[in-house]
Design a binder for this molecule. Sequence first.
Ligand SMILES: NC(=O)c1ccc[n+]([C@@H]2O[C@H](COP(=O)([O-])OP(=O)(O)OC[C@H]3O[C@@H](n4cnc5c(N)ncnc54)[C@H](O)[C@@H]3O)[C@@H](O)[C@H]2O)c1
Length: 444
Amino acid sequence: MKQDTTRRQFMQRSTEAVATVAVAAALGRAPLFANDDKPPKVRLGIIGCGGIMTHHVQGLVARREAVSLAWLCDVDPAQIEKMNALVTREFQAAQPKRTSRFEDLIEDKDLDAVIIATPHHWHAPIALAAMQAGKDVYIEKPISHVFNEGLLIIAAAKKYGRVVQQGSQMRSSPMTEKAGQLLQEGIIGKVKVARAWTAETRTIEKPLPDAMPPAGVDYDRWLGPAPQRPFNPQRFHQTWRMFADYGNGEIGDDGIHDLDMAAWGLGIDTLPKQITARGSRMLLDGHASEYPDNMNVTYEYPDGRLLIYENYPFTAYGLHGFDNGNVFYGTEGYMVFSRRGAFSVFLGPKGIPGPTEGKELRGERGYAEHMAEFLNAVRNRTPTRAAAEVAHRSCALVHLAEIAFRTRGRLDFDPVNEKFIDCDEANQLLSKKYRAPFGLPDVV
Ligand SMILES: NC(=O)c1ccc[n+]([C@@H]2O[C@H](COP(=O)([O-])OP(=O)(O)OC[C@H]3O[C@@H](n4cnc5c(N)ncnc54)[C@H](O)[C@@H]3O)[C@@H](O)[C@H]2O)c1
C-alpha cells in the first residue's frame, strides 16, 4: 500500500462491503487479487507460532507479492525466534514486530487480518477481540472450544462486517470441487447417510510430573482463560490436544476435518436433532489424556438423515484404504472421499466403479487454495467457504458429541433454539467459565 489514506479507504470500503456479500457466495471466487496489477499487500499478523503456523508461513512464501507479515505473536519467545528466522529467510527481508500480547496486534490500526493458531481455548477470545477491532480472522479449526463461542463468532462477524475463514482447508481443495460437482449432479442419487472416520494412532504416554515452565514462557498467558494449573510438559506445545481445558480430544483435533466434510457431503444447513455418543479407552488406558481414545457418534438430522462418526486409535489403516475419510451413501451408489485428496464412486447394487480421482496424487489437501481464498476475501470482501456459520455447524458436531458422551450418551437437541431438550446438565456444558482477566469481549 502506497499511502495510509488509500489503505484506510480500502479497509473502510471493505467493512461496508463484507456485510452485503453473503449473496455473492454462490457466484464463485475470483482468482487472488484479480484485475489489480499492483494491489496493496494484505498486512497480516500471526498469533501462535507453532506447528501448523510454520506450515502456513511456508505456504505464504509463494504469496510474497500479496502479503506482508507485520507481527509475530507467541507466549513462548523460542517459538517466535524460530518463526522469525523462517520469515526473514524465506518470506521477506523486513523483520516483523514481535510480542507475547495479541492485544498489540489488534491495536495496530494498519493491520488487516490475523491468523490464529493457538490451542483451542484461545481461539474465541482472540478472534472476537480481533473482529471487534476491525481485523479479519483466519481461525484454525475448530473455531470454538465450546458450542456458544461459535454463536458469538457468527454474531461478531455480522456486527463488525468481518471475514472469517476456519482452517478446514479441504473445503477449498480442487478435489473437493470435483467431488462436489458429481454429488450435485446426482451421481449417487440423494445422499442419505454420511460416514466419517479418523484412524490416527496416538503414542501412549504415562502421566509426567509437573515442572517449571521453560525459561521466558508466559505460562499464565498460555493458560489464559483456562483454570490455573501447574505447568506440565504433557499439556504444552502439541500435547495440549487431549486435555479438555485447552483442546477437544481426537474428535475435535483430526475428527473435525472429517465431520466437516461429512456435513459438506450431506449438504446440511442445520444442526442435528439427536446425538448418540459412546467411547472407551483401549490403548490409551493409563494415558494422561482426558478423552476416550475411540468414539462412535451418530447424529440424526431433522430430515432423518444420518452422520456417523468413528475414530480408531489402534490402527493407522482406516476404512477403504484411508486413515481419514468419508463415505457418502446415496440412493444410487456411494462415494468414498478422503481429505488425503482422493475420491471414488461406486454405482448400483454391485458397486460398479465410477469416476475416481487422486488415487496416486493424494496431495490436493487444499492448504494453498484455502489461504488464497482468505486473502482474496480480505482484499475483495467476498465470503469464504468456511465462514463463521459453516464452521459453527461443523464445530457444533464436536461439542454436541462431547457433551452427549459426558452426560447421558443420548441427547435430543433443538436445532432452531440451539439448546438440548430436557437436560440442564448438558445445556450448561454449551458454555464454560473463563479465568479473569482473560474472558470473552462483549460483542453482542
Ligand atoms: N488445519 C489443519 O490441518 C491443522 C493441523 C494442525 C493443527 N491445527 C490447529 O492449529 C492450532 C494450533 O495447533 P498446533 O499444532 O500448531 O499447536 P502448537 O502447540 O504447535 O502451537 C500453538 C502455539 O500457540 C502458542 N500460544 C498459546 N497461547 C497463546 C496466546 N495466548 N497468544 C499467542 N500464542 C499462544 C503456543 O505457545 C504455541 O507456540 C489448533 O487449533 C489446531 O487444531 C490445524
